[in-house]
Design a protein around this ligand. Structure first.
Ligand code: SOE
Length: 439
């Protein structure tokens, strides 16, 4: 390893000096004065770089096999590429392989994202010796089977949310992964945005005082058309057998993850759901079939810390594409966040003198803000994609300190979120307040 480094340092020296002396010669021919400057530049430049000191040891690779190449596959592949450019970790993530059933599409994805190899059978991928971690980016009904196979083969797992179809599946996954002591993550990404992490830090510092209220929405409008079929690429989200549930597992799960992370466990819920379009053509059969997912869901919740909450999600809020918002109100301060203006955290401090009191808007792009200092210069914005990059960074960091408190959602945390989803659906079915199981 050290030898390789030294070589790298040497070859850097050779090529840089070569460039400098070429410039110097050209300058010399034209203007002797410039030539003198160029010479001194050349010597100081080469002093700066002609070192035989080895640079830092290159990070050991973490060879990731990605299963699934849809929209989420791209989000994850992008994070795998970004982490080593912006963050220091002792394992360098690389896209060792991508896997999907359609070979032409997998090849296209592999070319676009520089995957080193492809597979069309996930069982082969999880058995490969050159894969350290598997990134499960497939529809929800396959998470458990793939995760259990990964565990058998001793692979770390990065699993797309929600963890599974329901708590029962989630329990089997948690049991197996913890028994095997394999590092694991679930991609609940929004908590890693600087403004959301700042909200968490402010609440953790106790600045809000007693927390009274939490409210969150996740609003979309893409399923309003009755002509939209269920099943197949992207549209599996409308097929209960594949998705497990509708907006509860797909969208509210994000809100629940953030809420539990910031404000602690949810202990009981009361809910209502609605399926506005009762039948849709299924892409697999070409026939109209009953729609069994929740198109919309609203629920009330009680947190362990006594705070009360309101959550709402729908795919029928005309005009809203992905409006995730939350607000938290404490005795001293309130915080609010909106995905459409994701770099800002709204902040109200009752401690400010009354005549200057008001909501302020913190643009979380300064070096003091979580993650922001690792990117550009202060004031320049980050986006949706960085939420995945930061999540992966936290996962990689934890590999060096497996006993430290995890700064990302693992299977067990995601199981807690799954239990809230299960309780919400149960409460909507029975019309009763329902206790949430503890993960
Ligand atoms: C659904 O439209 C979806 O893509 C979810 O599946 C994602 O988890 C969410 O982040 C954005 O919306």
């Amino acid at each position: 390893m050290a030898k390789k480094n030294t070589n790298t340092a040497k070859s850097a020296t050779v090529s840089k000096s070569a460039t400098v002396s070429k410039n110097a010669t050209t300058a010399n021919a034209k203007n002797p004065k410039t030539a003198k400057n160029a010479k001194s530049m050349a010597s100081s430049d080469s002093i700066a770089i002609s070192t035989t000191e080895p640079g830092p040891a290159p990070a050991r690779e973490l060879r990731i096999g990605l299963i699934g190449y849809g929209f989420m596959g791209r989000a994850h592949a992008n994070a795998i590429r970004q982490v080593p450019h912006f963050f220091k970790t002792s394992r360098k993530p690389v896209l060792q392989a991508v896997c999907g059933r359609d070979e032409a599409k997998v090849r296209e994805f592999a070319a676009a994202w520089d995957a080193r190899s492809i597979e069309t059978d996930w069982k082969k991928l999880v058995a490969r010796d050159d894969i350290d971690a598997v990134d499960i980016c497939t529809p929800n009904d396959s998470h458990m089977e793939i995760a259990l196979a990964c565990i058998k083969h001793g692979k770390m797992i990065l699993c797309e949310k929600p963890l599974a179809l329901d708590g029962k599946q989630g329990e089997a996954m948690v049991k197996a992964v913890e028994k095997a002591k394999l590092p694991n993550l679930v991609w609940y990404n929004y908590r890693f945005l600087p403004a959301v992490t700042l909200a968490k830090n402010i609440v953790d510092a106790g600045e809000l005082g007693q927390v009274f209220h939490y409210r969150a929405n996740f609003l979309q409008d893409w399923t309003i058309s009755a002509d939209l079929p269920q099943g197949g690429t992207g549209l599996w989200r409308l097929d209960a057998k594949v998705a497990g549930s509708g907006v509860t597992g797909d969208l509210l799960a994000h809100c629940i993850d953030t809420a539990r992370w910031i404000n602690g466990d949810i202990v009981a819920v009361s809910a209502m759901t609605e399926t506005f379009i009762k039948e849709r053509v299924h892409t697999a059969t070409g026939k109209k079939q009953a729609v069994k997912i929740d198109d919309a869901c609203a629920f009330l919740a009680r947190f362990e810390n006594g705070a009360m909450a309101v959550f709402e999600s729908t795919r029928y809020a005309r005009g809203h594409k992905a409006l995730y918002t939350f607000e938290i109100n404490g005795a001293n301060k309130s915080l609010a966040w909106d995905l459409h203006d994701l770099n800002r955290l709204l902040y109200f401090d009752h401690g400010v003198p009354g005549d200057r009191r008001g909501w302020s808007s913190i643009h979380c792009t300064d070096g003091d803000h979580p993650y922001a200092g690792k990117w550009w210069v202060p004031g320049l914005c980050l986006g949706y994609e960085q939420s995945f990059t930061h999540g992966l960074y936290e996962f990689l960091t934890s590999l060096d300190a497996p006993k430290a408190e995890k700064r990302f959602p693992d299977f067990r945390h995601a199981l807690g979120t799954q239990y809230v989803c299960d309780a919400v659906l149960e409460a909507a079915r029975t019309g009763k307040w329902t206790k949430v199981k503890r993960a």
